[in-house]
Design a protein. Sequence first.
Length: 301
Amino acid sequence: MECTAYLLSWLRKDGTSQDMDTPISEHEYTEVSNQNQWLKATNECTWFGIACLRDEVHVTDLILDQNRLKGTIPKEIGVLNSLEAIHLMANSLTGTIPTEVGMLPNLFQFSVPYNDLTGTIPEEVYTLGNLEKINVNRNMLSGTISSGIGQLKKLLGVYYADNLIQGSIPSQLGNDALLAHVWLHENILTGSLPSELGSLTMMKTFVAYENKISGTLPPEIGNLHALRTFRMDLNSLEGKLPDELYNLVDLEELILDSNYLTGTISSKVGQFSKMKLLYLANNYMTGTIPTEVGKVLSLGK
C-alpha cells in the first residue's frame, strides 16, 4: 500500500526499531490504538484517521488531531503525493515542518496547531497552488511571513497566531483575492499594515493583536466591505482613524485599544449598525463621544 511503511516508521513507539507489528502504546496514543485496527490491518485505508481514494491505494487524508502523537513530522510524508488534508492538531509534535510538504501538489488543508513545532515555515509550502488553509497556531515557529504567500491564489485562511514570527506583513498577501480569515496575533510582527490589504474584499476576520505593528491604518481598509472582525489591540498604531473605516457597515467587532491612536471619534460611528464590540481605550484620542454612538443598538448585546 502507498503509505504503510511510512506510517509505521513514524508511529513506532519513540521512533525505535521495535517490531512493526507491536501495537502502539496505549499511554501515548490512546485514541489511535483503540480504533479500527490501527497498525494491525495491512490496508492502511481502514485505519482510524486515514482516508483514501476509491482505489484504496492512494491516501488523501491524514486526520489525527488530539492523539498524543510525539516526535517529528518525517520527511517521508512527501511520498504521499495524493494527500489533500493533513490535520495533526493538539499533539506533542516537535522539530520542524519538513520541506517535503511542498511535494504534495493536491494538498488544500495543512493544519498542525497546538504542537511544539520550531523553525520556519518552509518556502516550499508557498508553492502549493491548491492550498486553501494553513493553520500553524500555537507552536514555536519563528522567521518571517514569506512574500511567497501571495502565490496561493486559492487561499481562504491563514492562521499563524501565537508563535515567534517576526518581520512585517508582506504586501503580497493582498494578491490572495479569496482570503477570508487572517490570524496573526501574539507574534513579534513589526512594520505597518500594507495598503494592499485593501484588495482583500472577501476578508471577514483580520486579527493581529499583541504584536509591534506601527504606522497608521491605511485608508484602503475601507474597501473590506465583508469585514466582520478587525482586531489590532496591543500594538503601536498611531494617527487618526481613517474616515474610510466607517464605510464598513457590517463590522461587528472593532478592537483597537492600547495603541497610540489620536484624533476624535467621528459622528459616522453611527453607521456601524451591526457593531457589538467597540474598544478604543488606552489611546490618545480626544474630543467627546458622539451622540451617534446611541444609534449603534447592537453594542453590548
